[in-house]
Design a protein around this ligand. Structure first.
Ligand code: NI
Ligand code: MN
Length: 226
């Protein structure tokens, strides 16, 4: 049993196998966030890519908690260049058995410059296997047909961006659900700003009506148990 909590935008916390894991911890400046970066606990911080709305409060939280930061090689180098050394670097297609479970970085079609404009390597999705559950967090990405491969092992949960403009919109998000065939899907990266406005009730209804996947739209800071 694992739990996942949405903090708005693409920020999630996971409790898995006794560890606190933050994904793309963007609290300061996140209009949806109700939690403060100073109040979160973390053993691990997973980063999908280098953009500011994903790296967010990583350095402050890591320095306060001692959490290990996990990301691609270039993102890891940037974190270390900021003076924080507890970093684990992986890259696309590579998996590693962490204390909380297995993490593989998957492809994502997007950019990945760091907040200061330096090169952040390829953006990634996260495929996490923990406590017998498989969770796919797509990161910022376009729709791509290899999502069918990611779904092949069976997914208990997919977390997909649906806000359009920078990532998949609602229609491509629905197509992604059809390719991934997860048991449940949580949408993210929408309604953070007017540019990402989405009628999430309409999207939820379409997923329910047109797929076998259960759409879950958690309230901010509400935990969902897998
Ligand atoms: Ni991005
Ligand atoms: Mn983003």
């Amino acid at each position: 049993m694992a739990t996942i909590t949405w903090h708005g935008h693409s920020t999630f916390s996971l409790q898995a196998d006794g560890y606190n894991i933050l994904v793309d911890p963007f609290f300061s400046g996140n209009p949806s966030a109700q939690t403060k970066a100073e109040d979160v606990s973390a053993d691990f911080i997973l980063l999908t890519h280098g953009h500011g709305d994903h790296v967010g409060d990583t350095l402050a939280i890591a320095k306060r908690t001692g959490a290990q930061v996990v990301g691609n090689f270039e993102v890891g180098n940037w974190i270390m260049a900021q003076g924080y050394d507890n970093v684990h670097q992986q890259h696309i297609g590579g998996g590693f058995q962490h204390p909380f479970g297995h993490l593989k970085l998957t492809i994502a079609f997007h950019g990945s410059s760091m907040p200061d404009g330096s090169y952040g390597g390829m953006p990634a999705g996260l495929l996490i296997t923990s406590e017998g559950k498989r969770i796919y967090i797509a990161g910022d990405t376009a729709l791509f047909s290899d999502m069918a491969l990611i779904g092949q092992g069976g997914l208990d949960l997919a977390v997909l961006p649906i806000g359009d403009n920078y990532t998949m919109g609602p229609e491509d998000g629905l197509a992604a659900v059809r390719l991934l065939k997860p048991k449940a899907v949580i949408p993210c990266h929408y309604n953070t700003w007017p540019l990402l406005a989405v009628d999430v009730d309409d999207w939820q209804a379409k997923v329910s009506a047109q797929t076998a996947t259960r759409p879950v739209v958690p309230a901010i800071d509400e935990a969902y148990t897998i």
